[in-house]
Write a protein that binds this ligand. Structure first.
Ligand SMILES: [Zn+2]
Ligand SMILES: [Zn+2]
Length: 334
């Protein structure tokens, strides 16, 4: 299986600012001073010159060549059987919709299974801008743990909030309430839902591929007490995952100070991941007030923390979720 990240920011869409872009440009231009470019007056930005610059940019880490991204949560699970599985409908969903429109969804022949962790705005605000939902013939099945999922989605289309009512959206839309911890299948992918601790109720999803590979989406969750008895249910749910997408919105200090705000930190994530024998931890639901640099520094600190914790147990790789990132279970599980 693969997972592709379309939106990774928590709470609020967070566009990159001009001062942030400028800082990246200054750093890149400085690093580019050793490139052997054609300095003659006739030189043009094309062909080999463009290739040299592109290769140089590709060599830079994502936070220098681009950005981690400001769209709110939306990920695509890509199983081997070709089913389309989407988790959460944050603002990242808009770009996924544009891509889908180039294929069957543009013809009104698309089908998607959409899982919702919960319906806080940052997880549903992309839905009114998901073009496939406007096209008659497309089939969208929404799954979630809330008993009034359809009402929750409809209410976003109240004219007070959005001009196009739910009923006018052309696609065939079905909302299905699923029971926690009761496995069911989407194609050949086994899906299990488990409740997390978050205001208003929130659910995580475990996707098990036909090869036994596992991707878990566990965003928007607070782990107030880390004693084994309090986290045992989550450790069990995360057990042996190839990829665990985890709410790392805060620093550890903030996570402790912001009790009941419903979020966690990468330090807590790595502790739980190690205990659950997770191979790859993905930092996700980034805090809107953190810039790329700060998120990268949190990742480095978490890696150092893992080295302190690690008593020769298997290393868990730590990744920062960024827009456009694709992770493949086969390449990662080694
Ligand atoms: Zn959220
Ligand atoms: Zn939330």
């Amino acid at each position: 299986m693969k997972v592709k990240f379309w939106g990774v920011r928590g709470s609020l869409p967070t566009p990159l600012t001009s001062p942030e872009v400028r800082k990246k440009l200054i750093s890149a231009i400085w690093k580019a001073r050793s490139l052997s470019l054609d300095n003659s007056p006739e030189a043009k930005l094309e062909g080999e010159q463009t290739d040299i610059i592109s290769a140089f940019l590709d060599s830079l880490p994502i936070e220098e060549r681009g950005t981690i991204g400001g769209n709110t949560p939306c990920v695509q699970i890509i199983p081997d059987d070709g089913e389309l599985i989407i988790v959460d409908c944050g603002s990242g969903l808009r770009a996924l919709g544009s891509q889908l429109m180039q294929d069957e969804f543009g013809l009104g022949e698309g089908k998607a299974s959409i899982f919702l962790s919960h319906t806080h705005w940052d997880h549903i605000c992309g839905l009114p801008f998901f073009t496939p939902i406007f096209i008659k013939g497309n089939r969208l099945n929404f799954y979630g743990g809330h008993d009034n999922l359809e009402d929750r989605l409809r209410s976003q289309h109240n004219p007070w909030h959005f001009p196009v009512p739910w009923n006018v959206l052309g696609a065939d839309k079905k909302c299905v309430q699923i029971s926690p911890d009761s496995p069911f299948n989407i194609g050949n992918t086994r899906v299990i839902m488990h409740e997390l601790s978050h205001p208003g109720r929130c659910f995580s999803y475990r996707f098990e591929g036909e090869d036994g590979d596992v991707i878990i989406y566990a965003s928007d969750a607070e782990y107030k007490h880390l004693q084994h008895s309090k986290v045992a249910e989550y450790i069990e749910f995360f057990q042996n995952a190839d990829i665990l997408i985890f709410d790392t919105q805060y620093t550890l200090t903030e996570a402790l100070a912001k009790e009941d705000w419903g979020h966690s930190s990468a330090m807590i994530g790595i502790e739980m991941a190690m205990e659950a024998n997770v191979r790859n931890l993905v930092m996700f639901h980034h805090e809107p007030t953190y810039d790329d640099e700060k998120i990268v520094s949190l990742c480095k600190k978490t890696d150092q923390y893992q080295q302190i914790l690690n008593n020769n147990s298997l290393k868990c790789n730590i990744h920062i979720a960024y827009e456009g990132l694709v992770l493949t279970t086969e390449n990662l599980s080694g």
